[in-house]
Design a protein around this ligand. Structure first.
Ligand code: SF4
Length: 255
């Protein structure tokens, strides 16, 4: 079984590596409650499963599921294959005069630092999104994390912990991106994750992508742009109190 995608066929990865000194290999599993321990409190499970293709069980989804099954059933073998593929990818990059980077949690949240993966490849860059605030600032220097926001009430302690240490924070917006969110300037995070890794004191905004099912999702993982949800916000003609009671996402933002 081959674990890594080394062809940058994922749009975001292709965009991220374009014009840089890096080539990026990624790993896509089928998310579940073990691979993503925060998926219940962050209420991100349903939109994530829609975009990971579980519903259709086409070949991509089946391959993801097989990899997840291997992780659950034989972690030692999984890690051995992963290390072998990472070493081969690093060699390939060296031959091409490129630096190797890895995104191993494309749709999972495994603490690779606990399995010695970034430590085994100190010359490579690893980066991921996480919904586990406890992982932030605890990874080796070559493993960078961005915190992934959700407005779910049970998740707010994680959000507060991430804000406290000013971790790069990504927010998925529907209806365009606001200028500010949580009192911070919002930047366009769709261009390059390598740049997003170093975003301090700002919000990395990501546009909601995908078909009808995900566009109509009511998950608090997806934040409706408060500026288009209520145009008066941008013209400053309503009070803080109105705004705080106008919508769940803004109420969280106003905290
Ligand atoms: S959004 Fe992230 S944490 Fe949530 S289910 Fe998907 S991969 Fe897992």
């Amino acid at each position: 079984m081959k674990l890594l995608n080394t062809n940058a066929s994922n749009t975001k990865i292709m965009k991220t590596q374009k014009g840089t000194e890096y080539e990026i290999a990624s790993l896509s599993l089928m998310p579940d409650g073990i691979l993503c321990p925060s998926q219940v409190i962050a209420e991100c499970k349903t939109p994530c499963l829609v975009s990971s293709g579980r519903g259709q069980m086409h070949s991509v989804a089946r391959a993801r599921q097989s990899k997840s099954d291997l992780w659950h059933n034989d972690q030692a073998q999984f890690l051995a294959i992963l290390k072998k593929e990472m070493a081969a990818f690093i060699k390939r990059c060296e031959k091409r005069g490129k630096l190797a980077a890895f995104r191993l949690n494309t749709i999972s949240d495994i603490p690779w630092e606990k399995y010695g993966i970034p430590q085994a490849f100190p010359t490579a860059l690893l980066y991921d999104y996480t919904k586990l605030a406890a992982r932030l600032n605890r990874t080796p220097e070559n493993y960078k994390l961005m915190f992934s926001y959700s407005a779910a009430p049970a998740y707010q302690n994680q959000v507060k912990a991430a804000l406290k240490i000013d971790a790069p924070m990504t927010v998925v917006f529907r209806g365009g991106m606001p200028q500010t969110f949580l009192g911070k300037v919002v930047i366009d995070g769709d261009k390059s994750d390598l740049e997003n890794l170093y975003s301090k004191n700002m919000i990395v905004g990501l546009k909601l992508k995908g078909g009808k099912a995900i566009q109509s999702s009511t998950s608090p993982f997806i934040v409706d742009n408060p500026e288009t949800a209520c145009p008066a916000i941008s013209s400053n003609t309503c009070s803080e109190q109105d705004l705080a009671t106008a919508g769940r996402a803004y109420a969280i933002a106003a905290e």
